[in-house]
Design a protein around this ligand. Structure first.
Ligand code: FCB
Length: 449
């Protein structure tokens, strides 16, 4: 299918966007009264970040805001998904607010609106204030109330000017990678803690939605989940069981409670004494209706009862992260969600790929990334054609940035960042996206409606 044909499959009200997160791009880690986050702390522990780097400068976005906003606008997207650094606006997570931090996000939001772009604001993209970690972090139930208070404060300041507010980005990553495997901040290794953290994240999401609606919020409210649909490696009963358990833990473990079904029985059984502490009313709060669901999709997960699946060894296409490129699994994921849950409008809030790009004479010919984006956008169109309420698609990421434990070595941007000069250079994928969106805007009348 041609790009024009693909573009014509999307309606006029479809939300095209690019995404980033605060810690990954902002830098200015201790400027203007910002407090430290758990990621500032984690980066300083030996051996945590592949290239020994940190977020002190990152893409220096705080000091380059206006130029970056112009860059976003130049792509022809309708929306920009960004996150607020909680310790920039409230240095220890509670108590005094930091006016300089609030003013930065005000400039960001107003700058987007002045350029005709919708602000999609995420409250928690992992950089919890270190001050809250010091008193228990997400494992402590008090953090739920601190989050709701932070949400209300951000809403009071910016709620009327943002299009959407996302509570959390990928609670699974915070819980499992941060508190069970310990490879992300805060680097804890305890399954019981991770399970309690996941519960507190979901609870704080539901309670924040209720509080913001009580405060008269008009912005759309939702959560963003990472999803890698589990498929069995072979048709054996053991592999199928492994896939079923993975799905119950990683996907249904979040979707079921959010959609009013409680935690999956088989997950609670498997957890035994590690099951979360749940208080009366928690499950009803978690199931507070959302205005949209955000899904971050990068790859499928192939489950096996024996040796772990290695896509590269199987000769399958992979990205620079080693993640298999599998757009088909995105369509089947979306169809399955549509079958199993009463979905609100759904957006792909992240999709993209890291490749080992090279900048030559001011150009990056990232044809592999263009292919990745095109085939995944087509996968979204396929799901939409079959009735899934797809409302948007956002590319991860606007620009190369700090890829967590991988440091700066993995490049996900459609815009190249030279970390020595901090110069931004649109890659071929950025130019492709701009052209694709141009075709979408000028598609034949009635196309894709
Ligand atoms: C997601 C994160 C995002 C980015 C991509 C590659 O899990 O939400 O910040 O790191 O992966």
């Amino acid at each position: 299918m041609t790009d024009a044909g693909l573009a014509a499959r999307f309606p006029a009200d479809f939300t095209w966007g690019v995404a980033t997160s605060a810690f990954q791009i902002e830098g200015a880690a201790a400027d203007d009264g910002k407090g430290p986050s758990i990621w500032d702390t984690f980066c300083r522990l030996p051996g945590t970040i592949a290239d020994g780097s940190n977020g002190d400068i990152a893409c220096d976005h705080v000091h380059r805001l206006e130029a970056d906003l112009d860059l976003i606008a130049s792509l022809g997207v309708k929306a920009y998904r960004f996150s607020v650094s909680w310790p920039r606006v409230r240095p220890t997570g509670q108590g005094a607010w930091n006016e300089a931090g609030l003013a930065f996000y005000e400039r960001l939001v107003d700058g987007l609106r002045a350029r005709g772009l919708q602000p999609w604001m995420t409250l928690n993209h992992w950089d919890l204030p270190q001050g809250l970690q010091d008193i228990g972090g997400w494992a402590a139930r008090d953090t739920v109330a601190h989050f709701v208070d932070y949400a209300r404060g951000m809403h009071a300041r910016l709620g009327e000017r943002v299009h959407a507010i996302t509570t959390h980005n990928e609670p699974w990553v915070i819980a499992v990678l941060g508190h069970e495997k310990g490879i992300f901040a805060p680097g804890i290794r305890s399954r019981a803690t991770a399970v309690q953290v996941a519960h507190h994240l979901l609870l704080s999401h539901g309670l924040a939605l209720q509080a913001l609606r009580d405060d008269g919020c008009q912005a759309r409210l939702g959560i963003v989940l990472n999803m890698a649909p589990a498929e069995p490696m072979t048709d054996s009963a053991a592999d199928r069981h492994a896939a079923h358990l993975c799905d119950a833990r990683d996907l249904r473990g979040y979707m079921d409670p959010l959609f009013g079904r409680g935690y999956p029985r088989e997950v609670l059984e498997e957890l035994g004494a590690d099951a979360p502490w749940v208080e009366p009313g928690d499950m009803a709060s978690i199931a507070t209706p959302m205005d949209y669901l955000g899904i971050n999709y990068y790859s499928r997960h192939v489950a096996s009862a024996g040796e772990p699946f290695d896509p590269k060894a199987q000769g399958l296409p992979v990205t620079d992260m080693g993640w298999e490129i599998c757009p088909r699994a995105l369509t089947s994921l979306l169809l399955r969600l549509q079958r199993d849950y009463a979905l609100p409008p759904v957006l792909i809030t992240e999709n993209g790929a890291a490749f080992a790009d090279t900048l030559v004479d001011g150009q990056v010919h990232d044809t592999d990334r263009v292919d990745y984006l095109r085939t995944h956008i087509a996968a979204v169109a396929d799901a939409r054609d079959q009735g899934v309420p797809m409302a948007g698609y956002m590319v991860w990421s606007l620009m190369d940035n700090f890829e967590w434990a991988s440091g700066y070595a993995k490049r996900f941007g459609i815009v190249h960042v030279d970390y020595a000069s901090l110069q931004r250079t649109p890659k071929d994928s950025a130019l492709w996206l701009r052209g694709f969106l141009q075709q979408w805007r000028t598609r034949p009348a009635g196309g894709g409606a």
